[in-house]
Design a protein. Structure first.
Lengths: 267, 313
């Protein structure tokens, strides 16, 4: 039974995850290939960037030189590619097992079997976590491989530290999306709420970057906790921030399981 | 005989919207039970309460003594379910989908093969490429595979061609002879007539009739249209259960209540050019028993129903 559910989750997620893998490989690989240009012309590029409003640069993670691998990765991957990919994967995969399957009439088929609701949703959550993990590993791998091909000199050990942070960031999107799909039983509503919240949190991050006195506001933004600059630059691992992100994912997933166990499916 | 299904005052409301009201049904072990009603009457809501998908607003539903809401997993061990419009995963082949459903029920992976062959279902085709009828076959195979003692099916023959409908009725008969209980929601009266022991009729969320199917069929008004070569002798159609609705000497429209054999004996003695016999559909049954327009007599309701459809239906 468990093997069957795992197989089906893999089968159902493979197109989305495969497509996103292709995107992150291409994007991360190509961006990584640009790094030597940034590194070798750092003074020129830094002069150019200094002409930009510092607040906006900070808002997008550019608080130092782009020749720094941590700043470079955060600017082009951590603050841009991964939030988009994680939001797509997280929202689509998280809203499928309950809301979308209820809407398409598939949920009734599986719920009418002796398999418990917790097990059905639990396997879907495992599938989400694996998908997010695979995407992050592939993304970091693409950066490293792209960098290796052009002799970028990335420190693989430092980059691997970003993996748990980025996976936790994806979990912090997928968990609430799963919970909302159980609460609303509507894929559109739950996806819309999560997407809207992510956009709001992204804007908060920009506002905080522009106006440092509003730093407290940044705590409301997931992006604040997904900052891997320290890990990539100094080798310090953001344990607290990672736990916050993972905690949001874990708590909302558990809440979704508990609620789904007794959820009246009157949409 | 023990009751496999029992609902007591089962009520489900969707906010202010009516679902079902105070549904009381008892289905005995080994019985084939029809649940009849037009679209929107509350059939599917009742089924969803039975399967523990919906929490009753009031009352309760039990299957094999287990409360359908609080003990749903136990209920599901005894039930095989065919929804009215199952949304299979289009990207899977029928074989993959059936194998997966078999696994969820703890059945061997190939448990569906014999049934698929019997229903002439090609399991290698992706479900999204199957016709409506073939998708329905997937559901029928899924419902009948395994040995669940209770089969709950919602509009099971929708989209099946007449041959497959007949095969479906054979499967129901075999399930019955194997001692399994079948709960069949339908608005297809002939299908219910042929397969069910008893029926419940639901309208506007309330069960308005529960009776053996023979009682329901026996009290049917049938419409007979005759085209005769010559006028029938006076008194030919004078039988207690026959009423002449219209007709001149050679073109006769009769209504027959219950047993049709006596009038057929009389007709057999005539020189008949053409004959048409039609049975009422479920709407006619409703009109006969519970005419919303307030016609008090069942005959009036049936006459109007038949007349509105015109001869030759």
């Amino acid at each position: 039974m468990n093997a069957a559910m795992a197989r089906l989750e893999f089968r159902r997620g493979r197109v989305l995850v495969g497509g996103l893998m292709l995107v992150v490989i291409l994007y991360a690989g190509v961006i990584a290939a640009f790094y030597p240009t940034m590194r070798d012309n750092s003074s020129l590029i830094d002069q150019y960037l200094n002409l930009m409003p510092k607040g906006f640069m900070a808002a997008f993670g550019m608080t130092g030189s782009l020749s720094d691998p941590g700043i470079f990765f955060t600017t082009y991957i951590g603050s841009f590619l991964w939030p988009v990919a994680a939001a797509m994967a997280g929202i689509v995969l998280a809203t499928r097992p309950v809301a979308a399957d209820l809407d398409r009439g598939y949920l009734e088929l599986t719920l009418a079997t002796p398999t418990s609701r917790v097990r059905l949703l639990g396997w879907a959550i495992v599938g989400q976590l694996i998908a997010l993990g695979v995407l992050v590993v592939v993304m970091i791998g693409a950066v490293l491989v792209g960098g290796w091909l052009v002799n970028a000199g990335f420190d693989a050990a430092l980059f691997l530290r970003a993996i748990p942070v980025e996976v936790a960031f994806g979990a912090a999107i997928a968990g609430p999306a799963t919970l909302l799909s159980v609460v609303t039983l509507s894929r559109g509503r739950s996806a819309g709420i999560v997407a809207g919240a992510l956009i709001a949190m992204y804007l908060i991050r920009i506002v905080v970057g522009v106006e440092p006195s509003l730093d407290w506001l940044g705590r409301l933004s997931l992006f604040q906790y997904a900052d891997v600059r320290g890990a990539l630059t100094a080798g310090s691992f953001p344990i607290g921030d990672t736990l916050v992100l993972a905690g949001i994912g874990a708590i909302t997933w558990v809440a979704a399981l508990a609620l789904f166990r007794r959820r009246d499916l009157a949409a | 005989m023990t009751d496999v299904i029992r609902t007591t005052g089962l009520t489900k409301r969707y906010g202010a919207r009516r679902g079902v009201e105070e549904v009381d049904i008892a289905v005995a072990e080994g019985e084939v039970f029809g649940f009849l009603g037009p679209n929107g009457a509350g059939k599917t809501t009742t089924l969803r309460c039975l399967l523990g998908f919906l929490r009753p607003t009031e009352g309760r539903a039990e299957i094999f003594g287990f409360d359908c809401w609080t003990r749903a997993p136990q209920v599901h061990r005894h039930v095989s379910y065919l929804p009215s419009d199952p949304g299979y995963l289009g990207e899977l082949t029928a074989a993959e989908q059936l194998t997966h459903l078999a696994a969820l029920r703890g059945l061997p992976a190939t448990t569906w093969r014999r049934l698929a062959e019997r229903l002439e279902l090609d399991p290698t085709v992706q479900i999204r490429r199957l016709s409506r009828g073939n998708r329905q076959k997937v559901g029928v195979v899924a419902a009948f595979m395994g040995e669940a003692p209770l089969l709950i099916m919602d509009e099971p023959t929708t989209g099946l061609d007449p041959l497959m409908q007949r095969e479906f009725l054979s499967l129901v008969a075999e399930a019955k002879s194997a001692g399994r209980t079948v709960f069949l929601s339908s608005h297809n009266l002939p299908e219910v007539e042929r397969s069910c022991d008893r029926v419940a009729i639901i309208r506007d969320g309330r069960v308005i009739e529960v009776s053996p199917v023979q009682d329901l069929v026996g009290s049917h008004w049938r419409s007979i249209n005759l085209v005769l070569a010559a006028a029938a002798p006076v008194g030919t159609f004078d039988l207690p259960n026959v009423r002449i609705i219209s007709g001149d000497a050679r073109d006769v429209h009769l209504m027959v209540l219950g047993d049709i054999n006596p009038i057929l004996d009389r007709i057999a003695a005539l020189d008949v050019h053409d004959i048409g016999i039609s049975t009422p559909d479920i709407e006619d049954v409703f009109l006969r028993f519970y005419d919303p327009a307030g016609r008090s007599s069942p005959e009036e309701a049936a006459e109007q129903s038949i007349a509105s459809a015109g001869p030759g239906r």
